[in-house]
Design a protein around this ligand. Structure first.
Ligand SMILES: Nc1ncnc2c1ncn2[C@@H]1O[C@H](COP(=O)(O)OP(=O)(O)O)[C@@H](O)[C@H]1O
Ligand SMILES: [Mg+2]
Length: 232
């Protein structure tokens, strides 16, 4: 079970092989051992093709490893069935992507409320929770705007509010500042630091060393191997 000392993310010899046994075989992860504590802000760097997204997909329970183990908040995800895995993903993990991935015809409020089950959460409560989440990312006055009426940085904050609506302990962000200018990117990074201070675990994937420098700790992927980066 999860407790104060249980890493919120722990992988043991995690290995991922695509197209195994064919000529197109790619070993994308070569036995990755990673431990991340609750309340840590960690960056994972590495060049294109080094396995960052593969690792993110495994940590996010969007894909399964070829071998090795992944414990999410102390739970061995290999022991879960489809439904349990979907519930774990909903309760434990929020996703943020480079391209924001908002629905263009929906207001900020409706985008943020998306991950709330329709059956479980009545409309008034959905609205209240979405408004609260938007206020928490500094967008309290923009709840009825559509994505096209918001700047890139504002759209990414809507996406972060959506990722946090179910109050998951883990936030996984794959190149979240990649589509933003550097000043707006810094605002998003400041928001991640605030979330870290509120006990969220933030895993930030980036190829940009300046972005990674905002994290407490950096790991570097090279050809499917993960190395801890020494800081001066
Ligand atoms: N679905 C897939 N099928 C086959 N090969 C893949 C697949 N996804 C990624 N790869 C390969 O795995 C390696 C790691 O890819 P990826 O995890 O996307 O790296 P990164 O996110 O660091 O750019 C690359 O060689 C890539 O071509
Ligand atoms: Mg990638």
């Amino acid at each position: 079970m999860s407790g104060a000392d249980t890493p919120v993310i722990e992988t043991r010899a995690l290995r991922k092989v695509y197209a195994e046994g064919t000529e197109a075989e790619v070993v994308a992860l070569h036995g990755v051992d990673l431990r991340i504590a609750r309340g840590e802000f960690i960056a994972i760097m590495g060049p294109s093709g080094s396995g960052k997204s593969t690792l993110m997909n495994l940590i996010g329970c969007l894909d399964t490893p070829t071998s090795g183990q992944y414990l999410c908040d102390g739970i061995d995800v290999a022991t879960l069935d489809r439904e349990e895995l979907a519930a774990l993903r909903r309760d434990k993990i929020g996703f943020v992507f480079q391209g924001f991935n908002l629905l263009p015809r929906m207001s900020a409020e409706d985008n943020v409320a998306m991950p709330l089950g329709y059956a479980q959460v009545p409309p008034a409560e959905r609205r209240r929770m979405a408004q609260e989440a938007l206020a928490a990312v500094g967008l309290g006055g923009r709840t009825h705007h559509r994505p096209s009426e918001l700047s890139g940085g504002q759209q990414q904050r809507v996406a972060i509010a959506r990722a946090l609506i179910n109050r998951p302990p883990i936030l996984l962000a794959d190149e979240p500042t990649g589509a933003l200018d550097s000043k707006t990117g810094e605002e998003i990074l400041a928001l991640f630091k605030r979330l870290r201070d509120e006990d969220h675990t933030v895993v930030l994937i980036t190829h940009d060393a300046e972005v990674a420098a905002h994290a407490d700790r950096t790991c570097v992927m090279r050809d499917g191997e993960l190395h801890e980066e020494e800081r001066p």
